[in-house]
Structures are given as structure tokens and as C-alpha cells.
Design a binder for this molecule. Structure first.
Ligand code: 13P
Length: 272
């Protein structure tokens, strides 16, 4: 049986100072090395997303001390602006050679920083123009909503972000060619300790694929922990509802919990 490629991303948000991010990356790499000693490599892509201030240090540590483990890094955001006189900004081109991917449109940024779909779209365009892979977060706040309502909300978010990217000359084809990944992160599940059900995540994944018009990789994020991880990854494969990976917040701040999620992913991937 061919094994499906999984993507597991740790989003550390602004929880840890850089020194602790480096220490945590080292612990995760060491734990992963032990797992890889007994299982086939390359089935799971692991990405760590430290804070901007810790990103270079974490990437350096992984390349210097753990090059054989193949853990990559993702930035948690990139600027909508280009290189230039923009105090405090982090243009996407500055991330080239440092991060493998960039998270964009996280609901915390939409809510706390007022990021509109247009801004998210502009950021998407900058990320793609820089040659980086975007991980676009889409999510609804419809905890009691039905499947159709949720699908409509996700589709609207996608269409609006796409329009924002098109404003800077980056279209759907270019986004897909850049390896676009979408993370379905229901706002009500993030940090709540109450994840969406695998059925909700799967229906959302199918809706996103239908809206994008591509069988692109889709992750689920929102209160994921080791005991629930496998159920998301085992979700429907027949109608576009496949979940390819996980975007993990709180549980990724502990090496043992995050490694537990990777173990669960490994068994889901090998059908055990
Ligand atoms: P939690 O896993 O803490 O709910 O966070 C999810 C998230 O927002 C990942 O980007």
C-alpha cells in the first residue's frame, strides 16, 4: 500500500522566548531521531513554527545539530509589504533560505491584528512571489452551524483571499504551483480544549477542495492532542474529505505531547 504523505506543523505562537524555542526544537529532534530509528522516514513532514525572533536560531540548530532528521521550519506570518522603509515588518523575501513555509491568515491575526481577507491575500501573493510555500488558515466561527453554512463561510474566505492575491498578480494556478496548503482551523476549536469532530473537519476539507478546485493538502488545527490525532487522519478518503495533517498549537509546546501526535500520525499513515 502506498503511504500517504502527512504534514505535522507545530505553531508555537508567542508562547516561548527564543532560548526555550531552541531547547524545545532540540528535544523534538532527539525524540524524532529515536522514532525514525524504528520506522520508515519521509512519510511525515514535520515543520516547527517558532516566533519570528526565534526562527533563525531554531532553523540553525536543526541544520547544524540534526541535519539527518529532516525537520523543517515555518514562519508564523510574513508582511504584506515589500522590502523597504517599513519599520518592524518582515517581508517574505527575508524568509527565503530560513523558512520552508509560511503560515498566513491565522485567526488570531485576523482577530487581534484586524487582518482582512484582502491583507491575507496580499501576504499570500508576497509569499508565493518569494518562492515560499504558503499554509493558508481558513476557519469559521459557526460552532452550531450546519455543514452548508460552514462550507459557504470557508468558500467566501477563500474567494476573498484569492482576490487579494490576484490584486498583486498571483492567481490560483500560481498558488497551487507554490505548493499551497490549507489549514482548516475552526475559530471555536482553537485553544478551547474542544476539537472539531473528524466528521466536521472532513466535511470542511471537502468543501475547501471543492471551492479551490484542487485536491490540495489540507490540515486540521484546533485543540489537537495525541489521543485525537489519528481519528482526523483516518477521515474519509472518497469524496475530498481527506485530512493530510495537523496544525498543532498548545500540545506542540511539550516535546512529549508533540512526539505523541507524530507517533499517532505514523500509525494512522501505516494503517495500524
Ligand atoms: P491549539 O492546538 O492550541 O488549539 O491551537 C491551534 C492553532 O491555532 C494552531 O495554529
Amino acid at each position: 500500500m502506498t503511504q500517504q504523505r502527512r504534514i505535522i506543523v507545530a505553531n508555537w505562537k508567542a508562547n516561548l522566548p527564543p532560548g526555550e524555542e531552541v531547547a524545545l526544537a532540540g528535544e523534538i529532534a532527539t525524540g524524532l531521531a529515536a522514532q525514525l530509528a524504528t520506522t520508515a522516514p519521509h512519510v511525515i513532514e514535520v515543520l516547527l513554527a517558532p516566533s519570528h525572533v526565534g526562527l533563525v536560531a531554531v532553523t540553525s540548530l536543526l541544520r547544524r545539530e540534526h541535519p539527518a532528521i529532516g525537520i523543517g521550519t515555518a514562519a508564523q506570518d510574513a508582511s504584506a509589504t515589500e522590502v523597504g522603509a517599513h519599520t518592524g515588518e518582515s517581508p517574505a523575501t527575508h524568509l527565503v533560505g530560513i523558512a520552508d513555509a509560511v503560515i498566513v491568515g491565522h485567526s488570531e491575526r485576523r482577530r487581534e491584528r484586524g487582518e482582512s481577507d484582502a491583507i491575507v491575500g496580499a501576504k499570500l501573493a508576497r509569499i508565493v512571489a518569494a518562492g515560499l510555500r504558503p499554509i493558508l488558515c481558513l476557519g469559521d466561527d459557526l460552532i452550531d452551524g450546519g455543514e452548508r453554512e460552514r462550507a459557504a463561510a470557508l468558500s467566501n474566505q477563500w474567494i476573498a483571499a484569492l482576490a487579494g492575491a490576484a490584486g498583486l498578480g498571483v492567481d490560483r494556478t500560481a498558488l497551487l504551483a507554490a505548493g499551497l496548503v490549507v489549514a482548516y482551523e475552526p475559530v471555536w476549536a482553537i485553544g478551547s480544549g474542544r476539537p472539531a469532530t473528524p466528521a466536521i473537519a472532513s466535511a470542511a476539507a471537502a468543501a475547501i477542495r471543492a471551492s479551490v478546485g484542487s485536491d490540495l493538502p489540507i490540515l486540521y488545527g484546533g485543540s489537537v492532542d495525541a489521543d485525537g490525532a489519528a481519528a482526523f487522519l483516518a477521515s474519509r478518503h472518497d469524496d475530498g474529505g481527506r485530512i493530510d495533517g495537523l496544525l498543532v498549537g498548545g500540545a506542540s509546546l511539550s516535546a512529549s505531547r508533540f512526539l505523541g501526535i507524530i507517533v499517532a500520525t505514523r500509525s494512522a499513515a501505516s494503517g495500524r
